[in-house]
Design a protein around this ligand. Structure first.
Ligand SMILES: NC(=O)NCCC[C@H](N)C(=O)O
Length: 304
């Protein structure tokens, strides 16, 4: 049995699901892609190859090995993209909540069934189809659960909107002891530089009191101000639209001291080191072409 425990974003990681690039399938047709950065790369002929993505994910896996983290991989579904494990389910305290994910990605859940089966069934939470959330939008931070959402009336037409207010309220009801704070995010189906696909695409805490943030990813200035007040402006690393596009906020914490980051994120990696972090740099830019990066590729099960 796996004894789930996740209380925040950065405590020492002990067990994690890491997605897989194996048999991720051919280059999708534009009409089958579900984020603007993938579409851009399909059009430009620069969509990443399975081989390149495999190499990047193995580099990530090596870092987990180095830190003795138990890694679970999804079972392989032939020709199906299973890279971004973060979104398909997520752990809050001792509960594993199965996402109602974008229908195009639904089969990804089957591939981690063998992991779900190792969790006490009373701690596995599912919900009805109208309640939407994806793990990239959900973040635990001490007494808070932060949730990215999209409140526009055109929600159903926005393929980059993955968490609705029914999803936010479901989590609120499930964890009455937590303060659930939702953030209305800026979305674009067509321009990745103005698309905060999930909360972790424009914001993420690191260490014990710092965070990476893209102000313009938040539709309401008050939401951004809320985070400035909570973390303190001196503890925030602000990223530009281009840096959001490169996915600077989607690094991944192995502990409050150790952050896995992309090797080309020079400005961020220097800041992290100045703050005293150990930065484990790996290549991940090919996977980044699908509008997800390191946090998106993981689903933590146990943190100390
Ligand atoms: N948490 C994340 O931001 N996950 C990235 C998912 C990328 C994938 N192309 C998607 O659109 O679902």
């Amino acid at each position: 049995m796996i004894k789930l425990n996740v209380q925040d974003e950065t405590s020492r990681l002990r067990a994690v699901v890491l997605g897989t690039a194996t048999s991720s399938g051919p280059i999708p047709k534009i009409e089958d892609a579900y984020d603007p950065k993938s579409i851009e790369n399909i059009k430009a002929g620069t969509y990443p190859s399975e081989e390149d993505m495999y190499i990047e994910m193995e580099a990530f896996n090596k870092v987990f090995e180095k830190y003795n983290v138990k890694v679970y991989r999804p079972s392989i579904i032939e020709n199906y993209n299973q890279i971004f494990s973060r979104d398909i389910a997520f752990v809050v305290e001792d509960k594993l909540i199965i996402s109602n994910i974008l229908p195009d990605r639904e089969k990804e859940v089957e591939a981690i069934k063998y992991v779900i089966d190792q969790v006490d069934a009373s701690n596995v939470i599912t919900t009805t189809d109208d309640v939407h959330f994806e793990g990239g939008d959900v973040m635990l931070w001490n007494n808070y659960i932060f949730i990215g959402t999209y409140k526009g009336h055109d929600y159903a037409d926005i393929i980059t909107a993955r968490t609705n207010m029914k999803g936010v309220n479901f989590i609120k009801d499930l964890f009455p002891n937590k303060i659930v704070k939702e953030f209305d995010l800026v979305k674009s189906n067509t321009n990745a530089k103005i698309n905060a696909l999930h909360l972790d695409c424009c914001f993420q805490p690191v260490g014990k009191n710092k965070a990476i943030i893209h102000k313009e990813g938040f539709k309401n200035e008050e939401d951004y101000q809320f985070l400035v007040n909570l973390f303190g402006v001196e503890n925030l690393f602000h990223i530009t639209a281009d840096e959001m596009y490169q996915m600077f906020s989607n690094v991944f914490s192995i502990s409050p001291e150790v952050v896995v980051s992309e090797q080309n994120f020079t400005r961020l990696n220097n800041w992290l080191r100045e703050q005293g972090f150990i930065v484990e740099e790996i290549p991940y830019a090919e996977i980044g072409k699908q509008e997800g990066l390191l946090r998106c590729s993981t689903m933590p099960l146990v943190r100390d």
